[in-house]
Design a protein around this ligand. Structure first.
Ligand code: PLP
Length: 375
């Protein structure tokens, strides 16, 4: 198999081998339906209970506040559309202009049903400050949803402060933490968020499984109707292997968070230093408070897609924007929201380094970028 340098960890990550081993029995032998009463179902049922406890302990939640879903997208849909059911007075939902489409399109769906949505613009370095949110909360919103870390530029939002502002105005607070969970310490109890979305494949877990944290007492209705799974709030026979893999992957990442991040930050520093030493001209998008390894670079008068294809020819995987809109040549809504000029925005690539990357990877990436941009 051709060896790729995979530098697109914001799109997805490699499955952790410990997580894979933990999943295997549930794909092969322990296939009992966890809802059944016979003893063959005891092991999968217990595995789900333990996975829920593990995930809860990684984020400072109670096990009964964790609900398994199929993805970050489903968790986001549940948070936005589920909350709309409760919003009989049709008070505003406040979100940001640079959310992932899982939030933006969910908001659009409820907007079409008459629920007002307000989109906040971030600062030009990619932040929603408490002051910005305060200026929008005078009209007593019902829900505020702000992503934990942006998936194109990696900026980390001041979630605790935003949550306090939202609660003071009487609103619920949701955060899409799909990029952040497993990559930085997160404690939902300290943050005091009401809902939080996560997706396993962003933290070295399997694809097609995620969860939503819903604070005890939050009256968000069930999202998928059917059987009694997930305390009757999210029906459907559980993806046992996925749930187990997600819990193990999250625990692995949380247990090794500091060493992983030290490694990734050193690679990031090395890459930027090499580009600077070679005299490569670029704008780096987003302020200093970013997720480790997130490097969004814009090159003047260049075509990001052409850069991506030339890097691909050298065996390097990067992204032009978020993976979900990489077929589109339009300037990403995130870069528009931070008001990057078209001359730079069109020539943007996102490099997202992960724990699997090495010094050699970074050396090759910098050499290839220099060749593409400077010749
Ligand atoms: N939210 C953010 C911030 C994301 O980056 C993504 C995926 O890129 C999602 C939601 C969707 O997650 P999933 O791929 O699990 O549906």
């Amino acid at each position: 198999m051709k060896r790729y340098i995979y530098a697109d960890n914001a799109a997805t990550t490699k499955l952790d081998t410990v997580a894979f081993e933990a999943m295997k029995p549930f794909l092969l032998h322990e296939y009992g339906n966890p809802s059944q009463l016979y003893s063959f179902s005891r092991i999968p049922k217990r595995a789900i209970r333990e996975a829920r406890e593990t995930i809860a302990s990684c984020i400072g939640a109670l096990p009964e506040e964790i609900f398994f879903t199929s993805s970050g997208t489903e968790s986001d849909n549940w948070a936005i559309k589920g909350t709309a059911f409760l919003n009989s007075q049709r008070r505003a939902t406040i979100t940001t202009a640079f959310e992932h489409y899982a939030i933006l399109h969910s908001c659009k769906a409820i907007e079409q049903q008459g629920y007002p949505i307000v989109y906040m613009n971030p600062t030009s370095d990619g932040y929603i400050t408490g002051e910005i949110l305060k200026s929008y909360t005078r009209d007593k919103p019902f829900l505020v949803s702000v992503m934990y870390a942006n998936n194109e530029i990696g900026t980390v939002q001041p979630i605790e402060e935003l949550c306090t502002v939202a609660h003071k105005s009487g609103a619920l607070f949701h955060t899409d933490a799909v990029q952040a969970i497993g990559h930085m310490p997160i404690n939902v109890h300290n943050l005091d968020v009401d809902m939080l979305s996560a997706s396993a494949h962003k933290f070295n877990g399997p694809k097609g499984i995620g969860f939503i944290y819903i604070k005890e007492g939050t009256k968000i209705p069930s999202y998928i109707d059917g059987g009694a799974q997930e305390s009757k709030r999210r029906a459907g026979t559980e993806n046992v292997a996925g749930i187990v893999g997600m819990a193990v992957a999250l625990k692995q990442n949380c247990d090794h968070l500091q060493e992983n991040n030290r490694h990734i930050e050193a690679l990031e520093f090395e890459l930027i230093s090499r580009l600077n030493a070679a005299g490569v001209g670029y704008i780096r998008n987003g302020g200093e408070n970013r997720l480790p390894g997130f490097i969004s670079l814009s090159f003047i008068d260049m075509d990001g897609e052409a850069i991506l294809h030339r890097m691909d020819l050298s065996g390097i995987c990067v992204s032009t924007g978020s993976a979900c809109n990489s077929v589109s040549t339009e300037i990403s809504h995130v870069l528009k929201a931070i008001r990057l000029t078209d001359k730079y925005a069109k020539g943007t690539v996102r490099i997202s380094l992960g724990k699997e990357n090495s010094q050699d990877d970074v050396e090759t990436i910098s050499q290839v970028i220099r060749k593409i941009v400077c010749t």
